[in-house]
Write a protein that binds this ligand. Structure first.
Ligand SMILES: N[C@@H](Cc1ccccc1)C(=O)O
Length: 501
């Protein structure tokens, strides 16, 4: 049988007495109360000892009782005055008795037969009697002494001296109940001790000293109880949604994607719209609502050549063979500033800056679009945008990559594509992933960037691109049904949200 050091020590000490009060056992072991209680319970569960609890009615002094113990009962103090003066009025007692004590004193002294009472000139006069002169200790005095010495006394021991009722009436003592614990050794425990228990010091920390001195060979290492309940602690950790986004970033980088970054949330219309072949003053620009910046209103356009080729693509298709949108392109309009409305703006910037061919790029962007807030819509949200560029890419590659993407990022088992429209892609698709509980969930758009866009930005090979609304996917992953919770301050959620991938 495996016993801890403390159990062994407790058992040995208990065997010396067989049965003892718990407090006594604590003294004998020299351990602290909690440790002994744990040891006793441990021994009990192994059938080596027994813990008995007995609750008992006891009597203890009240505050008043303690005062009387110190300065004497009122009748004794009054008697002392009487002894000295033989004949006194009640007023004479005022020095030794409090007001409360004065009132019942006449009755008390008479009951004891310690004084006789008369009225003289309308005043009460007390005179000491023979019995008063020879007054002796009464049961109540003995009880008071007993209670003062012992603090708490079993009810029946007091009842042997005086009815407790009497003490209570005089507010000297009160009744209470206490639980007494006894520990008793079981025959199995006694036998175990008889057979000899090796008591070796137990250590819970392996220190350099133990190693150097070689003492580690002699000591016993305390076992850790790893199933003991402990208080929950909440160490600092990443906000769950942040952690989710970071994991996506890591995964994409592992897949060979290069990250596109931007240190501003503000974009010119040029990069948000024009560079993506979205015509000005045309309903196609309204494929989504956007915000505008009030101040400053306008920003800067990039290099002249780039602006010229975007302008040409819009007005007549440039050298793509397309007829373009057929209107006069306005640089002023393109300079207007806005909070970025989609991550695709960064894809345009990257294509213009130059790309590796073949190459794969991605970005995780906070984007802004007016909407009515509800549990599935926010006016600012996050998109994961990206593109793959290469000589022989075609539509089937796009679907293949998107599928892999949906599986890798969304953890989707099934993916579905539907035709869609974006001014910057042709063909365009919308993608949905199958969620076991929520059914088909639309999570983004994709397509092959139009030549009018890519050529104007200086790229002459196919570019397949997509944009994913990542917040929706995060909701499913994090097990929440209100998108606003992604940015919640609710501590309970922040503490307990699953960190998922
Ligand atoms: N930018 C589009 C998604 C998209 C990206 C790239 C290509 C096609 C579509 C959106 O915000 O919904």
């Amino acid at each position: 049988m495996e016993l801890s050091y403390q159990e062994k020590l407790t058992l040995i000490k208990l065997s010396e007495v067989g049965r003892t009060k718990f407090e006594e056992l604590v003294k004998r072991t020299g351990l602290d109360q909690v440790a002994v209680m744990r040891a006793v319970l441990g021994l009990q569960s192994k059938g080596l000892a027994k813990l008995h609890e007995k609750s008992e009615r006891v009597v203890r002094l009240t505050e008043t009782g303690r005062k009387y113990a110190e300065i004497g009962l009122p009748e004794w103090r009054a008697l002392a005055v009487l002894k000295e003066k033989k004949k006194v009025t009640l007023d004479d007692m005022g020095n030794v008795l409090s007001e409360d004590e004065l009132k019942p004193i006449v009755g008390l002294l008479r009951k004891e037969g310690w004084a006789s009472v008369r009225k003289e000139d309308g005043k009460l006069v007390l005179e000491i009697t023979e019995k008063g002169l020879n007054a002796e200790e009464r049961p109540i005095d003995a009880a008071l002494k007993f209670l003062t010495e012992k603090r708490t006394v079993p009810l029946d021991e007091i009842e042997g001296l005086i009815p407790v009722k009497e003490l209570k009436r005089r507010k000297i003592a009160e009744e209470d109940s206490v639980t007494e614990r006894f520990v008793e050794i079981a025959p199995e425990g006694a036998e175990l001790v008889k057979g000899g228990i090796e008591l070796r010091e137990e250590v819970s920390n392996l220190t350099p000293e133990l190693i150097k001195s070689g003492k580690w060979r002699e000591v016993e290492f305390k076992r850790f109880n790893i199933s003991a309940p402990v208080r929950r602690i909440y160490p600092g950790k990443k906000q769950p949604y942040r952690a989710f986004l970071d994991k996506i970033r890591k995964r994409l980088i592992e897949m060979g994607f290069i990250e596109m970054v931007s240190d501003s949330l503000i974009e010119t219309q040029f990069w948000n719209f024009d560079a993506l072949f979205q015509p000005q003053n045309h309903p196609a620009r309204d494929w989504t609502d956007t915000y505008q910046l009030k101040y400053p209103k306008s920003g800067h356009l990039p290099m002249e050549e780039l602006v010229a080729s975007v302008k040409a693509a819009h007005e007549h298709g440039g050298d793509t063979g397309s007829r373009g949108w057929g209107y006069v392109w306005s640089p002023e309009r393109a300079m207007l500033l806005m909070p970025r409305a989609h991550g695709t703006a960064l894809s345009g910037r990257q294509l213009a800056r130059g790309v590796e061919i073949p190459g794969k790029y991605f970005t995780i962007q906070r984007v802004f679009r007016p909407d009515v807030l509800d549990r599935t819509h926010l006016i600012e949200f996050n998109q994961v945008d990206g593109f793959v560029v290469g000589e022989d890419l075609h539509f089937r590659n796009l679907l293949g990559i998107l599928k892999r993407f949906a599986v890798e990022i969304a953890g989707a088992k099934k993916v579905k594509f539907l035709p869609d429209y974006y001014p910057f892609t042709e063909p365009s698709v919308q993608m949905s992933a199958y969620h076991p509980e929520l059914g088909w969930v639309e999570f983004g758009g994709a397509g092959i960037f139009r030549e009018e866009m890519t050529k104007a930005l200086g790229v002459d090979v196919p570019v397949i691109a997509w944009g994913i609304g990542i917040d929706r996917l995060a909701m499913f992953k994090l097990g929440i049904d209100d998108i606003r919770y992604l940015f919640s301050y609710d501590l309970r959620w922040l503490r307990e949200a699953r960190l998922v991938w």
